[in-house]
Write a new protein. Structure first.
Length: 819
């Protein structure tokens, strides 16, 4: 019977009643025995999904009855050695000092690496990976399966190779660099860079920990540089059709043009086929190593606050919903407070909703935090503003995390949630999908969207995989087999999209045997749809690559820029307008400056030139297509003056609190003068002006508290706009020698001091760089190549001086303190 047993047969059987008793009520010995028998029957099936169901039943049985012996025995058969070790460590098994127990103990030790036990499949993965240095490989393994350790292993064993590690966001650079540096012996000559402007010796082995944008600039600035190994973390991002995904594909193609033997290591928690990653140019064979085993099995719950208000359990194997028998819940807060655990993630889509909800739920708690976190709150108050919304939340154990939180604050929030017992909640959005590792036992999803669309099946499962990481489940002191059953709640409430149906959504994204395909939208991948639109995008991207690597042989008739300004536009990734169409006109404009030997030394003139030389070439259609609508604002002289002011703030190193004060002063002046008080604030808006999108606020309706917090997020977003969009135009003008060096350095780095610039290139904030130079210069060195090394003695000096927590955290987080 086990050979033909399928989920279809199981779903049509009478097992549901037994499952309800297993899930929701006390089981008699007879019922427990029946569950155990059924679990073992399923585990003997030839169908993998039926085996998984059997494992889930066994896990539920063990945690409910406290009888972990069957789980231990099955874990031994399946090669789940971490579970075997956990049950032993937590004394959840009867005492047994016989021969079999000794034999099992010896067996487990075969899979121990340091303090960690690997599954048999994990161990095989590491062996296959180490035997395939020169091959391109896609490693598809669940979150927590040690993909980061694969990078560390490669660094430790391939000391003479040039290695690039591509991370999906700047926020992950310091975390990854710290792990890389831990693998490098002090006797090794290994250079680790995190910024394209850092100097290095091209004759020595190099490790670059960078985003795709920084790797592109690194390759552009160093035409003879090539890599032997390229790691692409969160490689499923390559499948998208957004600007960063296309740039990622372009960078891989360029790296392969430089070295046709480049081995690309794609790391991802979710991918149906490695063929989906194949490029449309400079393609290469990709061997697939996929781990399908699942040690965790989720408990999914839904509740519709708008209608039934009942909590239901979704069984992903039965594809059925069971009423939990709980009371009705009148609000999402009520449900969260009742179902919370020690560490909880709340997922929302919009940053505005994140802040509102964080404040809402924090009002349910008293102020009760550690003295260390209280000191940090005081420092954030000084660094940003005393009325910063996050402070009131943090002091009640609630953190929030989104792209408009200042970088230093956001990094500290991640760490405080990980380490501080008083911070029990983190409210976040899709930034959590970008490789950020934080502990959590429960996930509450109040809005199952990412941007304008719903979380796709891979995105949803990637998010779910962040709950109960192996490092928490199998922790030597606090590990717990209950954590193998993460609780995931989808709650339809006022924060959800109108007419959301999370029961229907769960059957699509969580059903264990649901059909899933890779959605390949990137036109630079061979599996993308053959359409006119994709052909046009591909031609644009190929032209971009060809102008960086003229000998790439991507097309029989490549198109090259005929002017220096056109070439530089390609090099600096200007996609906002048709370069070939406008390069002659731009060349004529540049010639006016070069003939008169004019160099810009003023931020106002700089913004005017950026507008005249570049922004004027963007038409409305291009702006919509390339998501460059924000740039069109620079046609307006008032907008130019606004961003010139931002440049001046950077030039003069105006701190966050002063910038906020300037914003508030400016806005209040508008209200006092009774000017048009409706202002554009993007996604933080509450009212529409033209059309139906709420991109505006009426300043006269805002309290001081609301105005302050609006200023905080707008400053961060405008700083990102400067760094991610405007700075590339600054780089082009600098390459054309149209800017004075002092202005260039001050706009880009906020200083002309070489040591401070070196610290900033190494990832330090302006504030930390200033403090290090002013108070701790004797504890760090900067070599000729801009590499920073910090003596371990700085820690004692921090303590003696009672240095601010945010500064000590940032220096520790850099990973640059010596061993």
């Amino acid at each position: 019977m086990s050979e033909t047993l399928t989920l279809r047969i199981i779903r049509s059987s009478k097992i549901s009643e037994l499952l309800k008793k297993l899930y929701f009520s006390e089981n008699s010995d007879k019922q427990s025995s029946s569950v155990l028998k059924i679990a073992l029957l399923f585990l003997n099936s030839e169908k993998d999904v039926v085996k998984e169901f059997g494992y889930r039943l066994l896990l539920k049985y063990a945690n409910k009855t406290g009888n972990f012996v069957p789980l231990y025995d099955v874990a031994a058969l399946l090669g789940f050695t971490p579970i075997m070790s956990l049950l032993k460590q937590q004394s959840l098994l009867p005492e047994n000092n016989g021969f079999l127990d000794t034999l099992m103990s010896a067996y487990r030790e075969n899979f121990k690496v340091g303090d960690i036990y690997q599954t048999e499949n994990q161990s095989a993965l590491f062996k296959q990976f180490s035997d395939s240095v020169g091959e391109s490989i896609a490693v598809v393994a669940p979150t927590s399966y040690g993909k980061s350790q694969l990078i560390e292993q490669s660094i430790a064993t391939n000391q003479k190779l040039n290695i690039a590690i591509l991370v999906p966001s700047k926020a992950l650079i310091s975390q990854t660099r710290r792990r890389v540096l831990a693998q490098i012996d002090s006797q090794q000559v290994r250079q680790v860079i995190v910024h394209h402007d850092m100097a290095f010796d091209i004759q020595q082995p190099l490790i670059a920990v960078v985003t795709q944008e920084r790797l592109l600039r690194l390759l552009q600035k160093n035409p003879t540089l090539s890599f032997d190994l390229l790691f692409v973390d969160e490689a499923h991002n390559l499948l998208s059709d957004d600007k960063r995904a296309r740039l990622l594909a372009s960078v891989i193609i360029i790296a392969r043009i430089r070295n046709n033997n480049l081995a690309v290591k794609y790391l991802t928690p979710f991918l149906i086929s490695s063929d989906s990653l194949k490029l449309s140019a400079k393609t290469h064979d990709i061997r697939e190593i996929k781990i399908l085993e699942k040690l965790k099995t989720e408990d999914y719950y839904t509740c519709d606050i708008h209608s039934e208000k009942k909590l239901k359990l979704y069984d992903q194997f039965m594809n059925d919903f069971y009423d939990t028998g709980d009371r009705q819940y009148l609000s999402e807060i009520e449900l969260l407070l009742e179902k919370k655990k020690n560490k909880n993630i709340v997922y929302l889509n919009k940053p505005k909703s994140i802040e509102i909800f964080a404040e809402q739920i924090s009002n349910s708690f008293e102020k009760n935090i550690t003295s260390e976190l209280n000191r940090v709150c005081d420092e954030i108050s000084e660094y940003v503003h005393p009325d910063y919304r996050i402070l009131g939340c943090l002091r009640r154990g609630v953190a929030y995390h989104h792209g408009a939180v200042p970088d230093v604050v956001r990094a500290y929030i991640e760490t405080s949630f990980r380490k501080d017992p008083s911070v029990k909640w983190i409210i976040t959005n899709s930034t959590l999908l970008e490789g950020v590792n934080i502990p959590a036992e429960t996930l509450f999803v109040l809005d199952a969207r990412k941007g304008r669309g719903s979380l796709t099946t891979p995105q949803f499962r990637n998010l779910v995989g962040r709950v109960n990481r192996f490092s928490e489940i199998f922790d030597l002191e606090n590990g717990d087999p209950k954590l193998l059953l993460p609780s995931i709640y989808l709650i339809n409430c006022n924060y959800s999209r109108a007419n959301s149906n999370y029961e229907k959504y769960l059957t699509k994204v969580a059903k264990i045997d649901g059909k899933i395909d890779d959605v390949i939208s990137n036109p630079l991948l061979s599996g993308a749809a053959d359409s006119a639109e994709n052909a046009k995008k591909k031609a644009e991207d190929f032209a971009f690559i060809e102008n960086i690597e003229p000998n790439g042989n991507l097309r029989p008739d490549p198109t090259f820029a005929t002017t220096e300004v056109g070439r530089l536009c390609h090099i600096h990734s200007v996609f906002e307008f048709d370069i070939f169409k406008h390069e002659k006109e731009m060349e004529a404009q540049v010639k006016i400056f070069t003939d008169k030997k004019i160099q810009i030394g003023d931020a106002t003139i700089l913004m005017q030139l950026i507008s005249e030389l570049f922004v004027s070439k963007i038409d409305d259609e291009d702006a919509q297509k390339n998501k460059a609508v924000n740039l069109l604002r620079l046609r307006n002289t008032a907008a130019q003056a606004f961003y010139a002011m931002f440049f001046d703030w950077r030039i003069n190193q105006v701190n966050y609190s002063r910038m906020i004060g300037n914003f508030i002063k400016y806005w209040k002046k508008i209200v006092e003068n009774e000017k048009d008080t409706i202002v554009f604030v993007g996604r933080w808006g509450t009212i529409p002006r033209e059309g139906f999108i709420e991109n505006y606020v009426d300043l006269k309706t805002l309290s001081d508290y609301e105005m302050i917090n609006l200023a905080i997020v707008r400053i961060k977003e405008e700083q990102d706009f400067l760094d991610n969009t405007l700075v590339k135009f600054l780089e082009i003008l600098n390459d054309l020698q149209l800017i004075e060096e002092q202005l260039y350095n001050k706009v880009k780095y906020g200083t002309n001091d070489a040591d401070q610039i070196a610290l900033i290139k190494n990832g330090f904030s302006h504030i930390a760089a200033n403090v290090l130079l002013a108070k701790y210069r004797q504890f760090f060195q900067i070599d000729e190549e801009g590499k920073v090394s910090i003596l371990a003695g700085i820690r004692n000096s921090f303590q003696a001086r009672q240095e601010k927590e945010l500064i000590t955290f940032e220096v520790e987080w850099s990973g640059l303190i010596g061993k």
